[in-house]
Structure formats: structure tokens, C-alpha cells
Ligand binder design. Structure first.
Ligand SMILES: C=C(O[C@@H]1C=C(C(=O)O)C=C[C@H]1O)C(=O)O
Length: 286
């Protein structure tokens, strides 16, 4: 906990995370009556990659972080079974190829991503044996701003179809959760709630679970509020929340996450050492 007894919680600022923080402040106020750790909770929103950095640097006490970072950082705990996952196409994590995957030498990676960036590298290595030079695609940039052979886009900006003229530059397109599912038969977990040591994990978990459970029955309301400002129809936004995404770390999601950890270790993207919530330190059970 920070010195002032404020619990600083960071959430991803994409549409895909809204159901996880539905009426978060109201739930925090209600639970504060019985949970002293929740007496003062502050919610901040940022890109997933920056949330992981802020948690690592002590600017946050807990955050919805890229699953890859949660697996990499041994001192964090995954504190909730609320997550951002997909069991089939996710529709907001796309790789656009200017060359056939086996010929890719340069890869531009969305600045907001850590998990999808690792998954993209993993799939390219495992499927076609390439390890391209990586560059960063800054958050304000798009497909037209890079001439990399392949480009990873995630989140809200990946939900819009590229205009036809731009699209014609690309020879292939991967939806990474769909590709993962094709190879493994399992869901893919993009983000999980992680906390620094010393945080009242049980109190925080009750808040995260209450918000998520409320969000799960509010897709229509969230889509109406959040879709149009992003340039999405309400129907599109609701379909995305309802059909593409999964918000609970169930047994299959856990298996997907463990397999991702194993494959990242095999590929040298994660250390061999025990990491967060590894079998030595299991994932939270509902
Ligand atoms: C499904 C998505 O999941 C996000 C992808 C992340 C990543 O690649 O590191 C991190 C957090 C998630 O919110 C998306 O942004 O489209």
C-alpha cells in the first residue's frame, strides 16, 4: 500500500477492459464499510504496457497487466480470477503481413502490448522459424506509419478495418487468439490483475470480482456508452464484449496461460526460474 493508505489500482483504458471495472468506484465505496484496505481506492487508466511499468516502479499497488508481464515478474501475485481472454478470434489483436510470415524480417509492435507482442514472436518462431528485427509502433500511429514487414496492433485501434487501399498492401492477417486456438485448442489470456507484495489481496479480489460480475451483465449498457466515441456501432461493441472476449480465468484459460508460459520459456522469452503464480505458486482458485 502507498504511504497515504490509498490503494492505487490501474486498469487498461480499452473497451475490452470496461466490463472488469464496471461501477468500480461504487463497489469500492460499498466494500469499504467492511474492508479497511479499501477505505480509499484510486482507479487510474493507461495502456497495458505502461500499467506494468507503473506497477514495477511502485506508482501503482495493483493493475490489470499484460499476462506476459505477470508471468515474468516473480514478486507479483495474480489476485483475481477476473481477466481479459478469448477462446477463438478476439478481433482486437491483429498482425498484418506485407510479406509471407516466413519472409518477415521486420516486425512493428504496438507500444501498448507485451503479451500479444510475445505471442506474435512465439508464433513466428514456432511456425516458420523467423525472429524478425523488432520496432515499436507508438500509440498515436497506425498501419500507414510503418513499412515493417509485419505489424501488430491491439486494443481499440485494432478494431477498425483498415481502408481498402491500405489493406491491399497486406498479403495475410492473423487474429492472434484465433491462431493460438488453432495451434493449441485453448483460450488465450491477454491480461490479469496483479498486485505488489503487501497488498490485501483478498479485499482487492472481492472488489475486482464484484466489478467484473456486474460488468458481465452490463454489456449492452457498456457498448452504448463506449462504442460510439470509439467510432464503433453499439452492435459491434456489444458483439465484441459478448462473443469475442472472456472475463473469467476458468480451468481452460488457466491451461492456456500455463501453456503460454511453457512455450515462452522454451523460446527463451521468459526465464526458466519459478515466476508469478507458477505451479510452485498456483493461480487463484475461485
Ligand atoms: C485483447 C486485448 O488484450 C490486451 C492485450 C494486452 C497485451 O497484448 O499485452 C494487454 C492487455 C489486454 O487488455 C486487446 O487489447 O485487444
Amino acid at each position: 500500500m502507498s504511504q497515504s493508505n490509498v490503494m492505487r489500482v490501474g486498469a487498461v483504458n480499452y473497451l475490452n477492459s470496461k466490463p472488469l471495472i464496471h461501477r468500480f468506484e461504487e463497489h469500492a465505496d460499498r466494500l469499504a464499510a467492511t474492508e479497511p484496505a479499501l477505505a480509499e481506492v484510486r482507479l487510474l487508466k493507461d495502456l497495458p504496457s505502461r500499467l506494468a511499468d507503473s506497477l514495477a516502479e511502485g506508482r501503482l499497488d495493483a493493475a490489470l497487466v499484460p499476462a506476459f508481464e505477470a508471468l515474468a515478474e516473480p514478486t507479483w501475485r495474480i489476485v483475481s480470477d477476473a481477466c481479459v481472454a478469448a477462446d477463438g478470434p478476439v478481433s482486437s489483436v491483429k498482425v498484418y503481413f506485407r510479406k509471407r510470415p516466413a519472409e518477415v524480417r521486420s516486425l512493428a509492435l504496438d507500444e501498448g502490448s507485451r503479451t500479444s507482442a510475445a505471442l506474435c514472436r512465439l508464433l513466428l518462431t514456432r511456425r516458420v522459424g523467423v525472429a524478425p528485427q523488432r520496432t515499436r509502433l507508438a500509440i498515436g500511429r497506425g498501419l500507414a506509419d510503418t513499412d515493417a514487414d509485419a505489424v501488430l496492433l491491439i486494443g481499440d485501434r485494432a478494431m477498425h478495418e483498415p481502408p481498402a487501399a491500405l489493406r491491399s498492401q497486406f498479403v495475410a492477417e492473423w487474429d492472434l487468439a484465433e491462431e493460438w486456438r488453432r495451434d493449441t485448442g485453448l483460450p488465450f489470456v491477454f491480461a490479469v490483475w496483479a498486485a505488489r507484495p503487501g497488498i490485501d489481496a483478498a479485499a482487492l479480489a472481492s472488489l475486482l470480482e464484484a466489478s467484473r460480475d456486474d460488468g458481465l451483465v452490463a454489456f449492452a449498457e457498456i457498448a452504448r456508452r463506449e462504442g460510439p466515441p470509439l467510432g464503433l456501432t453499439v452492435e459491434h461493441a456489444e458483439r465484441y464484449l459478448r462473443q469475442n472476449l472472456r472475463f473469467t480465468l476458468g480451468p481452460r484459460e488457466r491451461r492456456g496461460l500455463e501453456l503460454f508460459r511453457e512455450q515462452c520459456r522454451d523460446a527463451g522469452l521468459l526465464p526458466d526460474a519459478p515466476t508469478t503464480n507458477s505451479p510452485e505458486n498456483p493461480l487463484p482458485v475461485r
